[in-house]
Write a protein that binds this ligand. Structure first.
Ligand SMILES: O=C(O)CCC(=O)C(=O)O
Length: 276
């Protein structure tokens, strides 16, 4: 039976975030964690050294290109239901990355994930992101901090120092997911432990009318895209949004390239009155 997410939908409306405890099947969480470690080693991922990504944090981007197991993440029904509640239908994968926050990492600057968009706030949701806990997230190991209600504020100046706002530490057990509206201020916490690496997966979505953060159409090799389900190809931006945006001569790229079921083009969807 599908999980009742009513209270989580409401918390996203009111507070701009929600935590769904134990949302993901434990076997999948363990398999993802082991794949994050495989990729960090095989791709020789090292921490970046900038204020945003941190200097004790290892990130692996574009995960859909790096192993079949990642195909299970964007389509997870619990997360996708909440995300589509915020963004509406036909949302897109914006980016998929792992974030391993090691001891000694300092708190990330608070920010909103839609702040790069030149839109007056508050505005209709354009971004909705999630953080999957592959390990426990605690105040000590750098659990994400969120600012409740900040999705309703007007244009703040995020990068001008640490704002004086109250944050909630999104502590959650391994297997849980934090979902937030793209305008909600948040940031990774500081990892003050001596031996715990906090590992999360940032599964980020945008509305179907917004440009994706990571270019899924070019970043995922076509032979890998060919192994995806039609639903995942749609999420990667190979469909048409509302029967129009992203079309090629009135057909979707997914239909042309992979033979996916045709989508009705919006102009053809309107019934024609033969007497007009
Ligand atoms: O690591 C986290 O908890 C949050 C990361 C984040 O918000 C980001 O990099 O945009």
């Amino acid at each position: 039976m599908a999980r009742d997410l009513t209270s989580h939908h409401q918390q996203l409306v009111d507070d701009g975030y929600t935590i769904v405890e134990n949302a993901i099947e434990p076997g999948l969480i363990d398999a993802l964690l082991s794949d994050v470690r495989r990729l960090e080693s095989e791709l020789d991922r090292r921490p970046a050294d900038n204020r945003f990504e941190g200097n004790r944090t290892t990130r692996t981007y574009n995960l859909l290109a790096h192993g079949a197991i990642w195909q299970q993440v964007p389509v997870h029904p619990v997360v996708l239901e909440l995300v589509e509640g915020v963004l509406g239908p036909q949302a897109l994968v914006s980016s998929l990355a792992s974030i391993s926050l090691a001891p000694g990492e300092t708190g990330q600057v608070l920010h909103a994930d839609d702040q790069i968009q030149p839109l007056a706030k508050p505005h209709v949701a354009t971004v909705c992101n999630s953080m999957w806990a592959l390990t426990d997230f605690t105040a000590g190991n750098g659990a994400t901090r969120v600012v409740p209600g900040s999705h309703l504020w007007d244009s703040p100046d995020y990068f001008n120092g640490e704002p004086d706002v109250d944050t909630v530490v999104a502590e959650m057990p391994k297997g849980s997911v934090l979902v937030w509206h793209g305008s909600t201020w948040h940031g990774g916490g500081a990892n003050t432990t001596t031996d715990e690496v906090r590992v999360g997966v940032a599964m980020n979505y945008c509305a179907g009318f917004i440009r994706q953060q990571e270019n899924q159409q070019l970043g995922i090799p076509s032979e890998v895209m060919a192994t995806f389900s039609p639903q995942l190809r749609q999420l990667c931006g190979l469909g048409m949004y509302r029967g129009l945006t992203g079309n090629i001569e009135k057909r979707s790229p997914a239909e042309i390239l992979y033979g996916d079921p045709p989508q009705v083009q919006v102009w053809d969807a309107e019934p024609i009155d033969p007497h007009r």
